[in-house]
Design a protein around this ligand. Structure first.
Ligand code: URA
Length: 213
């Protein structure tokens, strides 16, 4: 029996329970659900987005709205399912503003991000992914470097303190806002970056195997 695998799953489930109780920032007051993340905690590939939107807040699951559908399609094109990876966000609660009894998304404040990211750090420390795929600028700035520039640096692997390799891809929600050929190009880039991350996992696994032989 592989006890290590059981304990990673247990650790993630304990962390999930703790995260569900979090009231460290104002977002706890307006959230419907904490969106901790889901997938395989034993994965070599972690995918990190920005934060929950309306559908994620309502369901407690990451990437289940329109952006999630595009992400699933792109993962599928690389023959990856949600069971192969762990998907989560920089922020665990929806950042929103209620105006005239309507709720809409807003960018999170620096202090909300700083209050929340210890949860992400604990997730990464537990899962210990070989490769991290960052979706959009917020996770790229957190995982790769503060001054990360999406237009110039997406699709490139960086060594990071969180994983041997991290790569950034366009956020699916950004791609959905593009029209015509820009949409097609954005989607093709997303698929190419996911495929690059998939191949990098295989490469690192082979390196590790060779050095342990
Ligand atoms: N966008 C994100 O960054 N994360 C989600 O979970 C959904 C949309």
């Amino acid at each position: 029996m592989d006890t290590t695998i059981t304990s990673i799953t247990q650790q993630i489930e304990e962390l999930r329970e703790q995260c569900f109780q979090c009231t460290q920032c104002e977002l706890a007051k307006t959230r419907q659900n904490v969106v901790f993340g889901e997938g395989n905690p034993e994965t070599p590939l972690m995918i990190i987005g920005e934060g929950p939107g309306q559908t994620e807040d309502a369901t407690g699951r990451p990437f289940v709205g329109r952006a999630g559908a595009l992400l699933d399609e792109a993962l599928g094109a690389c023959r990856i399912s949600r069971k192969h990876v762990f998907i989560c966000n920089v922020l665990k609660c929806r950042a929103c503003i209620i105006e005239n009894s309507r709720t809409r998304n807003r960018p999170p404040s620096t202090s909300e991000i700083e209050t929340c990211t210890p949860w992400l750090e604990k997730q990464i420390e537990t899962i210990k992914p070989l490769v991290i795929l960052c979706l959009g600028a917020p996770s790229s700035k957190f995982v790769i470097k503060k001054d990360f520039k999406m237009t110039q640096e997406r699709g490139i692997f960086f060594p990071t303190k969180y994983a041997r390799h991290a790569i950034a891809a366009l956020h699916p929600a950004y791609i959905l806002r593009q029209a015509g050929t820009s949409y097609d190009e954005g989607k093709a880039l997303l698929i190419a970056d996911i495929e690059a991350a998939r191949k990098k996992v295989i490469e690192v696994k082979n390196e590790l195997k060779t050095t342990s032989d």
